[in-house]
Every structure is written in structure tokens, then in C-alpha cells.
Design a protein around this ligand. Sequence first.
Ligand code: AMP
Length: 841
Amino acid sequence: MDHINQTKLLLSYITFFFLVISTCRSSDTIAVFQNISDGETIVSANARFELGFFTPGNSKNRYLGIWFMNTSSQTVAWVANRETPLTDNSGVVKLDSQGNLTLVNGSGKVIWSSNSSVYGSNINLVAQLLDTGNLVVKNGNITNSDSYIWQSFDYPGDTFLSGMKLGKNFITGKETYMTSWRSDDDPSPGEYTLKFLMVKGKYQQVYIMRSSVIETRIGPFNGISFSGRSLLTPGPSYPPYVGYMIVSQNEMYFTTVSKYNTSTSFARTMITPNGKREISLLEFSKREWTTINSLPVDYCDNYGVCGPYGSCNIANSPYCGCLKGFEQKNSNETSVDNATSGCKRSIALDCGPGEGFLNFSSMKLPDTANAVYKNNMSLLDCEVACKNNCSCTAYANPNITPGGNGCLLWFGDLIDVRVYPQNGQDLYVRLAASELSDLKSSSHKKKGVIMGVSLSVAAVLTLSSILLAFYIRKKWKKRSDADIEGRPEKSLDKDYKSSSHQMGSAAVQLFSLLEVSQATDDFSADNKLGEGGFGPVYKGVLEGQVIAVKRLSKSSGQGLVEFENEVICIAKLQHRNLVKLLGYCIQGDEKMLIYEYMPNKSLDSFLFDESRKSLLDWPQRYHIIQGIARGLLYLHQDSRLKVVHRDLKAGNILLDRHMHPKISDFGLARMIKEDENESNTKRVVGTLGYIPPEYAIDGLYSVKSDIYSFGVLVLEIVSGKKNRSFVHEDHDDNLLGHAWRLYKQGRSVDLVDECLRASYSASEVVQSVHVGLLCVQHRVEDRPNTPTVVGMLGGEGSLPSSPKKPAFFAPESEINSTTSNLPLLSSSSFNGITLSQVDGR
Ligand code: AMP
């Protein structure tokens, strides 16, 4: 006998040996079997589950099932013959040669079958109980779980275990859901089911149903789990799993990976015979189950109990009320509790321009059966989408994961809304214009009273915090100054070697290409946020933080020098109005910058977009102007370096979730010496429309170049118009010329964006136009310095001198072609994109 045949024989002996011992009562560790008779059991490899025959509660019937081990009282996880019990101990389960598991009684009658079969040769059929609680029929030669011939996880009963899938296959139409037992003594299907809303295009949530009636709604899916009750955010033990909602063309299902199926504990979710969904943990050492979440628990968990537009609050009496802006529909009812008629609008909608949304916080989001979901949309875009559709009644972001976005739009009545004491979600409900202004003015009045009381307390607290902060700051400053001065500056490694770099005062982490690629889902198109002059920008999640990755394209013209420049420059700068660099990646040809993620993207996406500009009201615009000025002051004066940004423009102002502005894109920035006021370059970089004359013509740049760009930006923010593409029916002036014209006529307020005409502060607009015009003066010395700009915008002192005629009053094309001595700007770059011609540093 040759060597191979000897090995084969030895293996078949071993297999036979295991098959023999696996059919012996509770002694197996392989859990593979061909048949089991009543009285024998199979134990999974790590003794988590046991398979065999059992009798539930006070019943006399016998069932083939799987139960948990290590419990003080038997806890069954799955039953094969739920509807066809055995009445004696004669049952035997067998695996036949086609891969079908059959359960036969004493007279040889098949009373349950897996109805599975497989054809082919060289198949080593085995049935095996896995440690997950899954009973599988498989080809023993293949380990891949996708190739199971049959598995009990496809047929859940009243218990959901991690690894199961609940949902729907759109091809076969098969729905997988949980069904309660009839009673503790009877595992046959009871009245209650736990079903998922699995309709293509509808957003996932869970219903507990009694026959065909919805009793309780759990959901919607919040990115981690199904929201329900107040435990929306993950705590130490809730949810005891990581949930995944898988949505594809062919199927849609929910599955979980357990956090707790360890050597010490195990988690399960079940639907009880009386319709409760319970999530519990088994601690092996205690042999007891602890219920960590249960539903329903109170009156408000009854589905739609307050009717349409009603809102249930368990802290109130009566529990039911109407959402603000709505009133009881049927005034004959003494309370809205139990009134299915619910509420109606106090003022009807007319789809006029003043209609808007009222924010209800800490809510259980309404039934999503009549909602539509849009992926990857910021909250502001969601508002625009809802506002633009007159039938949209509400919107929300269902996703609570860090930086998670997405947009739910409701059409029709809002049903099953409740208020949670904590951890609820924000819901934005459409209301009539007059209703909104009434509600706003009454809330202002209330705030006034509350503020009066809290101000005196706040004053004391603030004073003590300032003193404390001053003391701590002094101590820290001493330490960090010593730290900074003592450390030599480093330049970047050319390859990915070390794990982090200390640059001046800031640590910037170096990430591998693999890490960044995984974080952005392989730079998927879905994650693309935008594209700037140097390449595309992607959203991602790295080490639990939401990030934006700028992937410098090879054609960007930004070489290693500029890349290093941006990393070193921004790493040293930290200010609330500058975007924060979290790390970078440099590997092979790839160069990437990793920033904190700004959910509202760039200022130009609001200012110059007709459908979004009205979302930036005047107070926000003024706050943005002030924020940019403070960021500039830091760059020009307050940081350790003196930095000229050289590409300040609306596209390089990012907005965080509170619409705070952050200056970004330091690829063209230059550090200049403390005592240096002006520098010279042979090549002009920047963006047309924002470049001052001395820079365009003589290549001279200084902090006053940024002041010029800032002036242009201020006038753009006030007017909502782009300087470069500005046209006016009465004259050929650009935006700067037009602003000056209005200023001279004492009509600066007329520059304000038309969409703000209903509400703006005239004095702030006049002041902003004045400051903007001073900043765009032709002569550098006529432009204010940065502290003066910040002071003027902060209302400190009166505005200095009147502005003169601004620079580039005439259309730029004339100036470019006639006056510049430098290799300025190629006409192919005239589209607002940063020019990538860069000079060596
Ligand atoms: P940039 O190359 O910096 O001009 O970026 C191009 C576009 O990508 C911007 O206009 C933004 O829409 C988007 N973007 C850049 N950085 C971020 C960020 N940190 N967070 C969110 N979006 C960003």
C-alpha cells in the first residue's frame, strides 16, 4: 500500500471513530452525527449548546430541539418539530444519503424533515451542532459556511441568536421572522411574531404583531440597533451585539455579531408567548439569565396609541398629547389617551415659502412605513429635500453613529411618536409659516424669563471658571512652551515607516495606505465628498472617528514639497476656526491628508446654490464672517508662525455641524518670518477673483494679500454672489465695483442677498460692506491689518476711514492681459479652481 492510501485509511478510521463517539450521550466534543435516538444528546464543541429530545414545562409531548447548556433551568433555543410533537420516547433523527434530516416516530413515520437534499459524488455528508447554536448539514470536506446544505438558523423560532438573519429574500419572496411559542408548555407557533419592515425603498424597523395587528413598533434602525425604549446609545451591555442591516438588490436582512458570546456569557433575543421581546444575557458562572432589555414596558409602547400626530409621554398625565402645532382632532374626547382619531394641524399647510420645520428632540421617530430613505445626505440637504416637496411632513437623520448621516422623509401622517426621557432622536416636523412664528415668539418670551433667573447663577459660575481656567492655562503654558522650544523640527519620511510624527507642537499620525483604504471603503464613489484643485476628498471612519481624506491626485501638481508644507504648516496650527489635520499617509505614489470631517462641507455649497442659500440666514453669515476673521488673526499674528494662506475663498471655508467656519486647504500657504512683511514669488498661485493686484502684477504677497481675499469673501457672503461671475444689468462692474457704487450712494444694505431681504440686521450689513471694501483697497497700506478687521467686526471703536475705489474695479480680464509681468494664470484655469502652478519653496 502506498503512502497516500495509508494516510487515507488512517483518516477514515479517525472519522469513523469520531462518528461513533459523537452518537454517545453527552460525551462528544465534535458534535457531528448521523443519527440520534431519544435519550441521546449531542453537545457542541465548547459545550454551549446541546441537541436532543426534550419535554417542555408540564407537557407530555417530546420534541427534537437545541437548548443552552450551563443554565439552571432548561432554555430551549430552537425546536424542529414545533407543530408535530412526538407522544412517546420513540423518536429518532437521521441524516440520509441525500443530506435530508428526518425525524421518525416508533412506527417509522416521518413527522419532520429538513427537506434538504444535495446531489453529487465525493460528498462527505455530516450533520453538526455548532457552538453558535446552529445545526447544520454540510459537506464535511468544505468548511465555508456559505456552502451549508441546510441550517437551523434559516428557520428561527422564538429565539434569535447572533449569526441568524431576519429579513426577506426578494427573489424567492421568503420572509424570515420570529414566532412566539403558544405557551411555556407548547412550542407550536403562537399569536405573536417579530417581523421586520422589509419592503424595498422603505426604511427598516421592527414590529411585534399579534396575528395581523401591530402591537408594538421597535425602530427605526439607528445604525447600531433598532431604536426602541430609551436605550438608544450603546451602553456596556446594550445592545449585546453589533447589528448590521444588509440591503442588496436581492435581499434585505438584519444580522448581528455578538459582543458577549464569550467563554463566560452568551446573549439571546426572544419573543415570549405573551408578546414581549426580551434581550437577555446568560452568565455561565451564575447559570442564570439576566434580561437587559424588554419591550413593551409601558403604555406608550402600544403602537400608535395617541393616533396620528399625537405624541405619547410617559412622564405626563394624560400620557397622550398633540405635537406642537397640532390640536385634538375630536374635541368631544376628554383626553386624547385611547383616542385613535389623534390630532390635526392647528393651521393648515399651504406650501408657501415661509413654511418650515420645528425641531422635536428626544423622540421615538414615527412609523417609517410611509417614509422614504435617502442615503449619505446631510441634515441640511435633508431639510431642503423635504422643503422642496409639499407632501413631505417631516424629516430626520435616523443614524446615531458618529458622523453618521442619511435622511428619512415622511409623507403623510406621523404615527407612533413618543417622547423618551433620554437618548431620543431629533425629528423635524413641517409647520405653517404663521404657526412657526407664533411658536418662536412664545418660546423667546419663555427663554427671557428663564434667562433672567439663570444669569445671576451663571455669572458666579463663569467668574469662578475664568479664574480657574486662567490658573490652569498659566501652568500649562509654562510646560508646553518648554516642550515646543526644546524639540527640533522634523520633515516627513518619504515612506510609510514609523507610526507617528511629532511636528512642532502637534502630533500628526501617519497611517498606512491599507488603513486609509479600509476607512474609506476602498475610496468608494459613495464616500466621495467633493473634489478640489488637488484631488478628490473622501469620507471615512478611522479608529472610530469620522474623517475626510484628501487624496492628492498625481496630476495635481502638488509635489512632495507642497504636501510636506501643508502637513507641517497645519499640524502646527490649532484654532477653532482652522480645520484640524488628524494625520496623513504617504506610501508609494500616494499622498493623503486626513482631516476632521465637516458635515456641512464648504461655504460655497450654500452661498452660490439657489436652493440652499436661504439656509444661511443673516446671523449665521455674520457669525461666519467673524469666525473667518478670527482664524486669519490666528494665522497672521497669534500663532507661533506667521502664515499667509494665499488661497482664501468660499470653497476653502468648511462648516462644522453647528455651521462654525473653519479655514482649510493649506497647500499653498507660506510661513513668513516674524519681522518680514512682504515676500516675493515668481509664480502667482491662488484663485481668480480673490487675488490682490500687487500679487497678480508683481508677485508680492503678504498678510495683506489674505486681507484682500477676505474682503472679497465678505462681499460674497453678504451678497450671495460670486465676485468673478457677477453681472449687473446696469453696468459692467464686478462685485467689488458694484458694492463700492452702492456704498457711495449710501445704499450698502441693497447689496444684501435677495433671499435675506425679509430679515437681516441693517447695521451689521452696512458694517460688513464697509469692512469688505476697506479690505479690497488697491494700495496695500490702505487695507486694514488683521487685528483691526477683527476689532471692527466685533463692534470695537468706530469704522476708520472711508473706503476708496477698490482694486480690480475694471473687469479682471483687461487687467490680466495688460498689466501683469508674471506668468500669471492660464485661461484654462478660470473656473474658480485653485491654480496649481506652484513655485518651489
Ligand atoms: P478641497 O480640496 O479642500 O477644496 O476640498 C474639495 C471639497 O471636498 C470641498 O469643497 C468640500 O466639499 C469637501 N471637503 C474637503 N475637506 C472636507 C472636510 N474636512 N470635511 C468635509 N468635506 C470636506
